[in-house]
Design a protein. Structure first.
Length: 438
């Protein structure tokens, strides 16, 4: 019987992700490569024929849930063990108990969450019991087991790699949370399909994050006569990322730096020098101006004249060595150079477009062919397979795909024909033609 509190049933205070943890394979979402019909891990669980194994994957993909499902299916004694709160003393106590069970013909399945947190001595304490069969060890880790698990222990465990959940899996999970009585099924919650997709995209493959975000959105939704409505405003607050705040009291300071920047961009050296000098005479730190010039050199000049960055950095160093008032001429030198340089914002556009993809899209895995494989396990998993060494070719080019599959056709850098960037544009066009031909 569940204990009641002043705030109602304890279960209602349990996080949504915990309340919805499935206890059957049918209710488990994702990991079709391991748990689909006929897949090895599914068969091992259904037949209760599990052996020592390691679940390796990012947070929120179902490692602990799989262990919980195994606990409900196995005819063995199941012990849940945390690497965060347990030491060698606790390990030995559990091992002794498991050894006694083995002598009377009973198996013990030991689940160790965050097994990578155990040090070498603690991991070694498991080894003799795994070898004798006193325990079946199931470890969960977010870290590469090749580096975090002792080789002797790892060699006695099968490694199963769990992947970040796909967006469609998270949408399914969220929709189920809205219907399930253990979630919000007993409440009238209105949330659009677009909002559900936005939460799924924000979660980036993490079921726990998706459910926690949904719970936050619902709990902060607008309460009306017809129930709870999750509005766009509420959701945006739940999935917003931190943004920089600026001191609005220094408006003129920002007006002047804006005037300097835009005058240089417009190739007007006279106006640029004027606004720079206004800032210096007003007491502005010359190093602040020099830092902005360094930014301008790549943002607005870029590959059209790569020497612009060198000039800007040299001006910063001169300001650092000399200070005011002597460094004013060095800043003037840099401001005039940047004003008269050919302009290209191709680097800036490439940077911003790529940044948007990194922030808004799922974190794509690194293609296997360009992963390093320093361990045997990583080689067995296909790390580095298909890698092509560009220096072995006459053209110093290969047709190997370096972009993730989901972004393989994306291009970010589009050079202009301004100044020296024209040569870069011609070279890049040749490279792209070479790769398109085959």
């Amino acid at each position: 019987m569940e204990q009641m509190t002043l705030f109602g049933n304890n279960r209602a205070m349990t996080p949504l992700a915990s309340r919805l943890r499935p206890d059957t394979l049918e209710g488990f979402v994702g990991q079709e490569h391991l748990l689909g019909p006929g897949k090895m891990l599914r068969q091992l669980i259904e037949r209760d024929q599990i052996s020592s194994m390691i679940f390796w994957g990012p947070p929120g993909v179902g490692k602990t849930t799989l262990a919980s499902i195994i606990a409900g299916r196995t005819k063995s004694e199941f012990i849940n063990f945390s690497a965060v709160t347990s030491g060698i003393k606790e390990i030995r106590a559990v091992m002794d108990r498991a050894e006694q069970s083995r002598r009377v013909g009973l198996r013990t399945v030991l689940f160790v969450d965050e097994i990578h947190r155990f040090n070498k001595a603690q991991q070694d304490a498991f080894l003799p019991y795994v070898e004798k069969g006193s325990i079946i060890l199931i470890g969960a880790t977010t870290e590469n087991p090749s580096f975090e698990i002792n080789a002797a222990l790892l060699s006695r465990c099968r490694v199963f790699v769990l992947k970040a959940l796909e967006e469609k899996d998270l949408v399914r999970l969220l929709e189920n949370a809205l219907k399930d009585p253990k979630g919000f099924g007993n409440q009238d919650v209105t949330i659009s399909g677009e909002h559900i997709k936005a939460i799924a995209a924000f979660a980036n493959g993490d079921a726990r994050t998706a459910l926690n975000t949904l719970e936050m959105a619902v709990l902060n939704g607008e309460i009306g006569a017809e129930g709870i409505t999750v509005t766009t405003e509420v959701l945006s607050q739940c999935i917003s990322r931190k943004s920089l705040l600026y001191d609005k009291s220094g408006e003129e300071h920002y007006n002047l730096i804006s005037a300097l920047h835009k005058s240089m961009r417009n190739s007007d050296p006279d106006a640029a020098v004027y606004w720079m000098m206004r800032m210096l005479e007003g007491g502005e730190n010359p190093l602040y101006i020099a830092r902005r010039l360094i930014r301008f050199a790549s943002e607005d000049v870029g590959m059209a004249d790569s020497r612009a960055l060198q000039v800007a950095v040299a001006a910063y160093q001169a300001c650092h060595f000399l200070g005011m008032p002597e460094c004013d001429v060095h800043l003037t030198h840099a401001v005039v150079y940047l004003s008269m340089a050919p302009k290209s914002n191709a680097l800036y556009r490439a940077c911003e477009e790529c940044k948007r993809d990194v922030r808004d899209r799922n974190a794509e895995p690194v293609p296997m062919q360009i992963r390093n494989a320093p361990t045997g396990l990583m080689k067995e998993l296909g790390y580095g397979k298909g890698y092509e060494y560009a220096h072995d070719t006459e053209e110093k080019l290969t047709h190997m795909q370096c972009m993730p599959d989901g972004l393989k056709d994306r291009t970010y850098y589009h050079p202009t024909m301004e100044g020296e960037e024209k040569k870069t544009a011609e070279r890049l066009a040749e490279i792209r033609r070479f790769r398109e031909e085959t």
